[in-house]
Design a protein around this ligand. Structure first.
Ligand code: BEZ
Length: 185
């Protein structure tokens, strides 16, 4: 069982440079870690995207969500990034990516439904390999049928994590939202 101090650190949601945590304190990926190289899918099962190549020489922002078309992700999380995209890019972010444990057709349809297609890359973590590599698994079997991804936002520069926000309960809509992340870029 995890020590209480470890649990409380996992519940923390820091992104300011002063309070940034390291991978030695947290199980999930953290500032200073290299983004794992995993295959994601864009548009269809043939649209392979290697996460190790996504941000080579670039600054990127990935936000992970528990599921396409779920109320919080659809009403707040994704629309916030669409709305604030220009401001995020003005802060030097080259590419914004949304990831969920869903199939690529669902992710594409979700992007279309929110005018995100062509602006935010809607990538499917079909089998949850990326989620597992980040240690972001969240068992939502009782609600959504399987293990999903915690809600998070991560800044990656040239393949290295430089900012990380994980929702304390995995699904909340606080520190991983676009306005919160924008304030820290
Ligand atoms: C949501 O509304 O975003 C949500 C719903 C059920 C499980 C997780 C997230």
């Amino acid at each position: 069982m995890a020590a209480l101090s470890t649990i409380s650190r996992r519940l923390a949601c820091p992104m300011t440079k002063r309070t940034l945590t390291t991978s030695s304190q947290l199980n999930y990926i953290s500032v200073g870690d290299k983004l794992p190289d995993v295959t994601l899918y864009e548009g269809n099962p043939g649209g392979k995207v290697q996460t190790g190549e996504l941000f080579a020489g670039k600054k990127g922002l990935i936000f992970g969500v528990p599921g396409a078309f779920t109320p919080g992700c659809s009403a707040t999380h994704l629309p916030g990034y669409v709305e604030h995209l220009d401001s995020i890019k003005a802060k030097g972010v080259d590419e914004v990516v949304c990831v969920a444990v869903n199939d690529p057709f669902v992710m594409a349809a979700w992007g279309d439904a929110h005018a995100a297609t062509g602006k935010i890359r809607m990538l499917a973590d079909t089998c949850g390999d990326f989620t597992k590599a980040l240690d972001m698994e969240l068992d939502l079997a009782a609600v959504l049928g399987n293990v999903r991804c915690k809600r998070f936002a991560m800044v990656v520069e040239d393949g290295v994590v430089t900012g990380m926000e994980v929702e304390p309960d995995g699904t909340g809509l606080t520190c991983s939202l676009a306005p919160a992340v924008l304030g820290k870029l």
